[in-house]
Ligand binder design. Structure first.
Ligand SMILES: Nc1ncnc2c1ncn2[C@@H]1O[C@H](COP(=O)(O)OP(=O)(O)OP(=O)(O)O)[C@@H](O)[C@H]1O
Ligand SMILES: [Mg+2]
Ligand SMILES: [Zn+2]
Length: 338
């Protein structure tokens, strides 16, 4: 493409909302910037604009904030949002999976397998998150493939944990390669023992490892395909948040994960005639960083979301807020969601 052909991408989320092939949408960023609000809003817009498709929004954050955002309780099994026909939510506890896996070898306190599991999980950072993520994918795959499943999901949206977690979590193909290598090594070492130990379900462990291999392959193929997977970065117009977002984007690039949309949240858009000095000062700072972002991210969809007058909680408020993802807020317009 020549310079003449270049156009700044629309400052909205339309390309994602109208996309026909996306299966995985990750939403991530620093703590408290509005990841849960954004991922919920994106999901609502997807669901409203594509009534024939089914969407699943998953929180992998131990803080489990989807229930808070929607004001209704979600758990580890997907359940539809009250008032929506084609949007379900699910909250996963990342700590429970690794415990499940360890439980297989916990029956006999002194067996070498137990040591092996401890060895495995302590030698590879991020393995617990990676394993729990695998469990999520498996869960979804099972839901999609069994006949008894009522719903098969077209697109899955992830409300990820704050940045540090997200980055480790995206290394999972590499993490699993290490895990599997380690497992093979240890399995070789304990080869004779594995089959002969009473009370230990070695088959179940072997099956898990095989499953992990298959899923790692799936993730390697799908997560690096921009038609199938994309990552939406959420930030606020402040130095630290920008800095972390840039790091996140570079990291995503290094994994080959597509990222073309940044949501800048909680913007004041203070008008000149506003007498409040504090808002004026803050807005000026935000504008400075927005200007930098406009330059740095000219080939991204840069979506600017207003700070509204209330917490964005419950389907009604989220739906109103989500409209700004499609028709951007015009400075001076209402920031009431009631
Ligand atoms: N644009 C906005 N205007 C007003 N309130 C907002 C806006 N965006 C988010 N909030 C509120 O800010 C709080 C934090 O938002 P949210 O939970 O989406 O952040 P988060 O990035 O998911 O946080 P965490 O890292 O803790 O998971 C919530 O109470 C939410 O309602
Ligand atoms: Mg959150
Ligand atoms: Zn003010």
């Amino acid at each position: 493409m020549s310079d003449l052909d270049f156009e700044t991408p629309d400052p909205n989320l339309k390309s994602i909302i109208t996309h026909d092939t996306l299966k995985w949408i990750f939403v991530g960023g620093k703590g408290g910037v509005g990841k849960t609000t954004s991922s919920s809003s994106i999901s609502i817009q997807l669901a409203l604009n594509n009534p024939n498709k089914q969407y699943l929004l998953i929180s992998t954050d131990p803080a489990h904030n989807l229930s808070d955002a929607f004001g209704e309780k979600f758990g580890k099994d997907a359940r539809k949002v009250t008032g929506m026909d084609n949007l379900s939510c699910m909250e996963i506890d990342p700590t429970s999976t690794i415990e499940d896996l360890s439980a297989d070898v916990d029956m006999d306190g002194n067996n070498p397998l137990k040591g092996m599991m401890a060895d495995l999980t302590s030698s590879i950072p991020g393995i617990d998150e990676a394993l729990s993520f695998m469990e999520v994918i498996k869960h979804i795959k099972n839901q999609n493939s069994t006949e008894k499943a009522e719903i098969s999901y077209d697109t899955i949206i992830f409300d990820t944990a704050p940045t540090g977690h997200t980055l480790r979590f995206l290394q999972l193909p590499q993490t699993f390669s290490k895990l599997l290598a380690k497992f093979d090594e240890l399995a070789g070492q304990f080869g004779g023992l594995l089959g002969s130990m009473g009370g230990v379900d070695t088959n179940s462990m072997m099956n898990k490892m095989t499953e992990l291999k298959e899923l790692t392959k799936l993730i390697n193929e799908q997560f690096t395909d921009p038609d199938v997977t994309t990552f939406v970065v959420v930030c606020i117009a402040e130095f630290l948040s920008l800095y972390e977002s840039e790091r996140l984007i570079q990291e995503l690039n290094s994994y080959g994960i597509d990222v073309n949309t940044i949501i800048v949240n909680q913007l004041l858009f203070t008008q000149k005639e506003d007498p409040c000095k504090r808002c004026q000062a803050r807005s000026k700072m935000q504008n400075k960083y927005l200007g930098e972002m406009d330059e740095l991210y000219e080939d991204f969809h840069l979506v600017k979301m207003p700070l509204v007058n209330t917490e964005v909680r419950g389907l009604e408020k989220l739906t109103k807020f989500s409209k700004f993802l499609v028709e951007p807020y015009v400075p001076g317009g209402s920031v009431d969601l009631d």
